[in-house]
Design a protein around this ligand. Sequence first.
Ligand SMILES: Nc1ncnc2c1ncn2[C@@H]1O[C@H](COP(=O)(O)OP(=O)(O)OP(=O)(O)O)[C@@H](O)[C@H]1O
Length: 455
Amino acid sequence: MTSSSTHFHQPVMDDDTLFPDTDLELSFTSTTTDRTFTSSSARSSLARSSLTLSFNESLLSNNNKNNSTTTNAATTTTLHHRKWDPQWSAIKAATTLSSDGNLHLSHLKLVRHLGTGNLGRVFLCHLRDCNSASFALKVIDKDSLTAKKLSHVEMEAEILSMLDHPYLPTLYARLDVSHYTCLLIDYCPNGDLHSLLRKQPANRLPLQAVRFFAAEVLVALEYLHALGVVYRDLKPENILLREDGHIMLSDFDLCFKADVVPTLQKHRVLRSVPTTRNRCGCFGSVDRKEPEEEEVVAEFVAEPVTAFSKSCVGTHEYLAPELVTGNGHGNGVDWWAFGILIHELLYGETPFRGGSKESTLRNIASSKEVRCTVAQREEEGAAEARDLIEKLLVKDPRERLGCARGATDIKRHPFFDGIKWPLIRNYKPPEVRGLVMRRTKSHVPVGIYRKDSYQ
Ligand SMILES: Nc1ncnc2c1ncn2[C@@H]1O[C@H](COP(=O)(O)OP(=O)(O)OP(=O)(O)O)[C@@H](O)[C@H]1O
């Protein structure tokens, strides 16, 4: 039930409807259902819907070049870093046996309906000859969509086809059959962060878990921005959890693309010099801390700083003030939403939520800056988290952390101190209630995620 932009999803039902192992077309009779079947991956009933309110921006032209009966990325994608994963191997095996070397709907077996979104329905599916490789198939009935929603489908497909990153979905194939467009992507059996949050005491995650998920989201946003993609719909509902507990950002229909010019920028950093024994003091030998040394480092920055759009899209509680006022916005809306996300993960609620959507929007647009409350007994790192949130939730985007130099500046914030960014994929996901993880050998032990243990 997602035809309206203002309602919530219906309560999730414990109904593991299994689609018969028969003709796929039989399952595609309608995209207008108000029932959301559930699995461990179905989103919680309180998930917030995204809104799309266009002020002025011209619709994206339908640039689908693949209107033939079927097309697929499996045979055309050459970039993918996971080309030897079981998923790719299974697809390769299926396409090798295929008469035209392509993947077709007939190769897929629908297992279960996972959920329904604004654009279509999502199914868990397997390849017919390989049950061990699971995929999610997003099925979009183009006949049921408005021109505007069709442009969102094309945007989602276009963005998906660009992605090659562990925290973002892989588009294994795009299949255009009759009036259906089907996108075959990674399946995330651990549901989404919104549902996980609802399983925690007071809807809050422990600080170490917040740091872990925030760091992964930051890296995913950094990659999107480097491609010139402004995401515009960051919220826990759109952060899916893979089998191994790492994140996968989903839903790219509200993105917009802008130019980005990668640069190497010089930046002054202070490096503290370890305490040394100063033997020249007038009063004999004294311990003193040497002053911090200033060093100039060259940093890679690829941030779409000139991105500009006037479409008001996103989810109420996560909308940046410049989106609410409708005077145009750019890359900064993602860094604002990143601040709201950390706030929600840490405190169990978003900071501007009012009694109604209108009052939420009024709170966001007001000139009052966010001040996070200080708990009596705080976890280690809470002060740094508060400081980061307050720097991200600066109402003027020109002053907001991240807007000028993107993730490069945010990664340096003390909240993320000690994280070895190149190793982030190897960090072991946090053990939190409701997150069932498949063990992998490559994980860095949990201790390494403690701030003081990875220096
Ligand atoms: N890759 C996936 N793995 C597992 N479940 C998924 C996956 N993608 C989507 N889902 C499930 O299917 C549901 C519908 O997803 P979909 O992306 O179509 O819509 P949505 O998340 O509601 O976003 P929107 O309507 O804004 O496009 C989600 O709520 C989620 O539970």
